[in-house]
Design a protein around this ligand. Sequence first.
Ligand code: NDP
Length: 293
Amino acid sequence: MTYNTVEKTPVTLLGLGAMGTALARAWLAAGHPLTVWNRTAPRARPLAAEGAKVADSAADAVAASALVVVCLLDDASVQEALAGADLAGRDLVNLTTSTPAQARERADWARERGARYLDGGIMAVPPMIGVPESGGYVFYSGSPELFDRHRDTLAVPAGTVYVGRDAGFAALHDVALLSAMYGMFAGAAHAFALIRKEDIDPASLAPLLADWLVAMAPAVHRTADQLRSGDYTRGVVSTLAMQAAGTPAFLSTAEQQGVSPELLSPYFALMRRRLAEGGGEEDLTGVIDLLVR
Ligand code: NDP
């Protein structure tokens, strides 16, 4: 196969795990000259056969292209892999999952070595990479110049969402969305537990659950509006007082079904606290203030 690589930005990619390999294939398929490096060298062989140049060391890989993308296991592996590399003048894009604090420290670290730095949080699994219709995307934060310069190249494997100059914001957005996802999974786990011993097919509950969660999801826009205005009664549909009055029925039902309330109870406890503070006419937004220490 021949590629038109004339105008495509060369990319160096460090890390050929499941995610790195998917990223590599997307850039190769789009005709970008690609240099790869992986700690365990044999993992690079299939990509070499597909047109990637394989560097002998991370330092050589970094030297090969101005745009250097890193997708390693964790922040410690980034430190280890890049320890001997000359980053001066490089555009370093770190797609390794990290905490906001690690991302900020890594940005300072890169700047001290003369590199521009962009941090990324990948909102996709490997099969979604290089498949635009999958809806996968990457949060980016850090150098706006770097993002503007490489926007098109970065958009090859997945969509791009730039969330600010603060290098920690990509990781923060990533963790915020995944935290909400776990809350949703927790609720779904409780729902399935409630019917577990009944003659109800989980497969009949699943579509009802999925549709209900989708129908409820837009409530986050009202939450944002209330947080911005500071008025937690604004647009309220079901007051905290009404919802708190209903919670004993949820706990009794759990008990009757032989289901532990441990996933629901903490949230209900926060609702009761806010009610006791006088938030009865509000939405559930006041719970957020109880969480923020
Ligand atoms: P893998 O476990 O498949 O690959 C890990 C990669 O890190 C390998 O290339 C491995 O090299 C390398 N590595 C580990 N430790 C070191 C080290 N000390 N020095 C050098 N290289 C090292 O992980 P993924 O590819 O799936 O994930 C990569 C990043 O992408 C992670 O931060 C992950 O959180 C993130 N991500 C992954 C998603 C997924 O679904 N897979 C989804 C969203 C984000 P070696 O081959 O030598 O072991």
